[in-house]
Design a protein around this ligand. Structure first.
Ligand code: URA
Length: 218
């Protein structure tokens, strides 16, 4: 899509157009990229996307001494953020995000798609007990229908959490609209907004099944 974001159609969407992100994304999409390369590229892009996703974290001034003088200098204030990975592909983004947020807590949500209803069904949920006091970054590489992201964020909100960001590698317009309908207060940070979903629910042009490409289960 040739547009800038956020815009009136997608007000909660940020697309990171930085050349480093776009270059690595091209190689993630490429069908000849092998599992090892895919994992490394996903870690690197996740690190760069995390930079954008954490732009709004609050800071406070701390009094320090440099070798030259004293000064007031900013540090991130409050409790450290919490990452919530949507299994299994979300785990492919954790290392990259944790490399810039090493003190973040990590929760996991496991969801599978019911074949009849096509709705996500939860099979695993483990979140930090104090998650409500933290900025939560939900990670899942592919925002396709958006049903998993919506369900995962439903759970996070049930804990009382109000500061939530969704971090994904690729988004489909269908998924962004689903998020807009259910969680318009949750910013979405991604590397690209692709064209559409195909009849199998895959993002086009996309990169195939992210979980399979991360874990080599093709
Ligand atoms: N999940 C994936 O892994 N890839 C897609 O294209 C859509 C959903």
């Amino acid at each position: 899509m040739n547009a800038t974001f956020p815009n009136a159609e997608f007000p909660q969407l940020t697309v990171v157009t930085h050349p480093l992100v776009q270059h690595k994304l091209t190689w993630l999409r490429h069908e000849d990229t092998n599992t090892e390369q895919f994992r490394n590229l996903l870690r690197e892009v996740s690190q760069l996307l995390a930079y954008e996703a954490t732009r709004g974290l609050p800071t406070e001034l701390m009094r320090i001494r440099t070798p030259v003088t004293e000064m007031q200098s900013p540090v991130i204030s409050g409790k450290k953020p919490c990452l919530v990975s949507i299994l299994r592909a979300g785990n492919g983004m954790l290392d990259g995000v944790l490399s810039v947020l090493p003190l973040a807590k990590v929760g996991h949500i496991g969801l599978y798609r019911d074949h009849d209803t096509l709705q996500p069904v939860e099979y695993y949920l483990k979140l930090p007990t104090d998650i409500a006091e933290r900025h939560v970054i939900v990670v899942d590489p592919m925002l396709a229908t958006g049903n998993s992201a919506v369900a995962a964020i439903d759970h996070v909100k049930e804990t009382g959490c109000t500061q939530i960001t969704l971090l994904c590698l690729l988004a489909a317009p269908e998924g962004v609209r689903n998020m807009q309908a259910h969680h318009p207060d949750v910013p979405i940070v991604t590397a690209a907004l692709d064209s559409h979903l195909n009849e199998h629910g895959y993002i086009v042009p996309g990169l195939g099944d992210a979980g399979d490409r991360i874990f080599g289960t093709m």
